[in-house]
Design a protein around this ligand. Structure first.
Ligand code: SOE
Length: 350
């Protein structure tokens, strides 16, 4: 039976913990940022064994896979240590806070032969898999436009603050690196296209938080081109009132458009020249469908499916569409291009 250790006792640590349980694995250890927070998180999450630090968790014989759920800037050293100790790794996104670091981690994972994945979990919605199947089967025809947005509002309040705002913990990009990369991963995954050139503008709507000047973006707007001749645009924001986690895309092909809304994930919208349809989840079952049509699945189900597929890969299975460190590196490459484009006021080749 798989034995998992979680580093990080926050919101994401809790999401990972539920997914670990649901996969049938055992949560053996949990580490926080201090001995006291480690013991408290282990108690809260119900780990079987007490641990006082991340280093102790990584070295432990009763941990096969390490889940890194800590602030972005700490991912690199923890992932390196876990791989060096012979562990499989799931690392939260963004994989690293610089392209150089992400490149090093992807190479270290490759050299280790261990399974190393990044939770681009929106890939695990059944409606997303269905959209991907329609594109691959030629139902949409060649895609011409890839467009959409990923909007949140949890930083719209000027009084709101978080470690992600501070580049020392979150890295030099915030809105794009935190959520823009999800959109790009999802749209590249569904369309099969790769973004080859982009032009980005960043916007900091709230210049000061917690008495500090804000050095990361609240919003980003991108124009891009793909390797297969499509054109696209994306708006990313963490300051859009009312939009809680509104990841939306439309992929417009020669024959039909497919559109997905993360806040209403039970249907896939398919647009045609003479009629539009909403395909209900469960009516064209995918591997990710776990309950019948009409019984809503959601974000945690995606997370559970992602963790289960990572564990299946550890047991030598090859699940389709598993996001790995190579995808985490791809996201870091896009983030670096966005930052360079915005700083230089120019188009950048990715
Ligand atoms: C916060 O913006 C956050 O939790 C992201 O970090 C996640 O990746 C996204 O899935 C939901 O929003």
């Amino acid at each position: 039976m798989m034995r998992a250790g979680v580093i990080g006792g926050g919101f994401m640590g809790a999401v990972h913990t539920r997914a670990i349980r649901r996969s049938g694995a055992i949560l053996t250890r949990v580490a926080g940022s201090s001995p006291a927070s480690s013991l408290a998180a282990a108690e809260r999450f119900g780990a079987t064994t007490k641990t006082e630090s991340a280093a102790e968790l990584i070295a432990a014989d009763d941990v096969d896979v390490v889940h890194v759920c800590t602030p972005n800037a700490t991912h690199g050293p923890l992932v390196r240590a876990a791989l060096a100790a012979g562990k499989h790794v799931i690392c939260e996104k963004p994989l690293a806070v610089s392209l150089g670091e992400a490149t090093g981690l992807a190479s270290a994972a490759e050299a280790s032969g261990k399974v190393a994945t990044v939770p681009f979990v929106y890939r695990f919605y059944p409606a997303v898999r269905l959209a991907r199947q329609r594109v691959a089967a030629g139902e949409t025809g060649p895609l011409r436009l890839l467009h959409g947005s990923y909007l949140q509002d949890w930083l719209a309040d000027p009084a709101a603050d978080d470690w992600r705002v501070d580049p020392a913990h979150g890295g030099p990009s915030r809105a794009f690196a935190d959520i823009g990369v999800h959109w790009c991963d999802l749209v590249e995954f569904v369309s099969g296209h790769r973004i080859t050139r982009l032009s980005a503008r960043l916007h900091t709507a709230v210049p000061e938080r917690g008495g500090r000047a804000v050095a990361t973006e609240d919003a980003a707007v991108l124009l891009f081109e793909t390797d297969r001749g499509a054109l696209g645009n994306l708006t990313v924001s963490q300051v859009s009132p009312g939009r809680k986690n509104r990841l939306w895309f439309s992929l417009d092909g020669a024959a039909e458009s497919v559109s997905f809304d993360q806040e209403a994930p039970e249907t896939l919208w398919v647009g045609g020249l003479s009629e539009n349809r909403q395909i209900a989840r469960g009516t064209h079952p995918t591997r990710q469908d776990i309950v019948p049509a009409g019984h809503p699945q959601g974000y945690q189900d995606c997370f559970d499916a992602f963790v289960a597929d990572t564990y299946a890969a550890i047991q030598a299975d090859k699940p389709d569409g598993l996001p790995t460190f190579a995808d985490g590196l791809r996201a870091a490459r896009l983030t670096a291009a966005v930052l360079r484009s915005a700083a230089g006021d120019t188009w950048i080749d990715v």
